[in-house]
Design a protein around this ligand. Structure first.
Ligand SMILES: *Cc1c(COP(=O)(O)O)cnc(C)c1O
Length: 489
């Protein structure tokens, strides 16, 4: 699970037994033998070891002579195409990458170069399994338990977010938020238009009526101008919203201060949908901690994951207490099963909360890695074809996905580019189709950024999301870059 190749490195002093163990732990079917300067001498494969054992070499044998057949190596600046050619020519499937002093720094496998590259995949750290094992050993498999409490405490401590209720998904957290804010059938709820459907589905669960608000081009998030006009309209029709769902798209916070000022003026609470922006900041504060209620998601594609899960946070201790109560079937404190209101089965399980605790420990490094991936794309030749999603100066994005708009140098429309890439084994995706354009919301009101500009339409029309998972290495990113260049022309 470790990214490092340190556990593949051995020297000639290792016994056969130790080499066997190393081979097993490294799980790559290959070991790298270095001399006392750390320079790569040769590689040992599974097959080499097998032959030694078959030749009756004792397991405690040391100073084993493997001969000095020079290994096939490459330098860090070797391109993925060159590496593939080298693999084909030499018939090896794994090539150590060495630095200028001949020391191994990476191991590249043919699968790194050939396998399908996905948009965003789960990336576990070193501690998740320990927490899960603890849950097994103590038989805390039932939902709730010490990992759930600890995950809630550790997360709100991390984001300075007051109190947290760990739930089964981000969608459930938004739904709980609406229930807590007393959103009922026929009520109006404002919601960002440029977002995943999960931001708005819970509004429908409550039988409420969504009104969609456009983005601006500075943050790609809710336009304060559009929001202002929506409120002015709501006043004239005497139908103020019960809540405003503000989304922080692709890891970047919305411009919360002006949005909050407008909502405060009308005394309407904000549910901050930070499903994509955990680890990002707005004016030094954690994204998700600014609205009346904040929502995180730990779905498999998010920056950290519990395979599925969510969290509702708030500074209001009573609200979160109520959320935990409602999310566990709203059972009254009576000796028998007694209920005075409708509840939900929305709690996170103790096993999954264990994964979350481990993932939280690597959140900072995941943000760093996602931002480094963005920087790598931005520094590449792709910048002549793509205008990147801007990072507003009010905060720090987690760059969950690297996203941009194809520009006039691209000869195809964005769907053709994505289809071309897919044929080369690379997954890219469209930017979310705005909710005001969805058939299911055809009858809903929509407020564009201005009379003659709907920003979300434009962002959907030109937007492309690139592979951004933190397990991607430089060679895979290079492959995306060169294939995308070709896919554009
Ligand atoms: C992923 C996501 C959600 C939903 O979270 P789940 O945990 O998948 O239910 C909500 N809003 C946005 C913006 C998302 O990206």
């Amino acid at each position: 699970m470790k990214d490092s190749i340190l556990n593949l490195i051995v020297d000639e002093k290792h016994s056969l037994q130790e080499l066997l163990q190393k081979m097993d732990q490294g799980a790559k079917g290959i070991l790298l033998v270095v001399d006392k300067h750390g320079q790569l001498q040769r590689t040992i494969t599974d097959g080499d070891i097998r032959r030694l054992i078959l030749s009756d070499m004792p397991l405690n044998a040391k100073n084993i002579q493997f001969g000095n057949k020079k290994p096939v190596t490459a330098k860090l600046d070797t391109s993925s195409v060159e590496l593939l050619t080298l693999m084909k020519e030499t018939g090896v499937n794994q090539i150590p990458i060495i630095d200028e002093l001949g020391r191994p720094v990476k191991l590249i496998s043919i699968s790194d170069l050939n396998d399908r590259i996905l948009l965003s995949t789960p990336h576990m750290g070193d501690l998740e399994l320990d927490y899960v094992n603890e849950a097994f050993q103590t038989n805390w498999i039932a939902p709730l338990g010490p990992n759930v409490d600890a995950f809630e405490n550790e997360l709100v401590e991390k984001v300075k977010g007051g109190y947290g209720a760990a739930l089964s998904s981000g969608t459930a957290a938004i739904h709980m938020g609406l229930v807590l804010l007393d959103v009922k059938p026929g009520d109006i709820v404002f919601c960002s238009s440029l977002t995943f459907i999960a931001s708005a589905n819970p509004i429908m669960y409550q039988g409420a009526v969504p009104v969609f608000i456009d983005s601006d081009l500075e943050s790609w998030n809710m336009s304060p101008e559009a929001l202002k006009r929506a409120f002015e309209d709501a006043v004239t029709t005497n139908r103020l919203p019960k809540a405003v769902v503000v989304v922080n798209l692709y890891g970047q916070s919305a411009d919360m201060d002006p949005i909050k000022d407008i909502c405060d003026m009308y005394n309407v609470p904000i549910i901050e949908d930070a499903a994509e922006s955990l680890g990002a900041t707005y004016k030094g504060r954690s994204s998700g901690s600014i609205g009346h209620l904040g929502v995180y998601s730990f779905n498999g594609n998010k920056i950290i994951t519990t395979s599925g899960g969510g969290m509702l946070i708030s500074d209001d201790a009573e609200l979160i207490k109520k959320a935990r109560h409602l999310a566990t079937q709203a059972r009254d404190p009576a000796p028998w099963y007694q209920h005075t209101e409708v509840g939900f089965n929305y709690r996170m399980s103790n096993v999954l909360a264990g994964i979350g605790r481990g993932q939280l420990k690597v959140l900072d490094s995941r943000v760093e890695q996602r931002r480094a991936i963005f920087d790598y794309y931005e520094a590449s030749s792709l910048s002549t074809l793509i205008d990147w999603m801007p990072e507003a100066d009010f905060g720090c994005s987690n760059r969950w996905l690297t996203v941009g708009l194809i520009n006039q140098n691209v000869e195809h429309d964005v769907q053709t580019v994505i289809d071309n890439l897919s044929e080369k084994g690379i997954e890219a995706r469209r930017v979310w189709k705005p909710l005001h354009l969805q058939p299911i919301f055809a009858d809903c009101k929509y407020f564009a950024h201005s009379e003659d500009l709907s920003c979300s339409d434009l962002l959907f029309d030109k937007g492309i999301c690139l592979p951004s998972g933190t397990q991607l290495n430089k060679f895979q990113l290079d492959r995306v870059i060169s294939e995308l260049e070709q896919a554009c022309s």
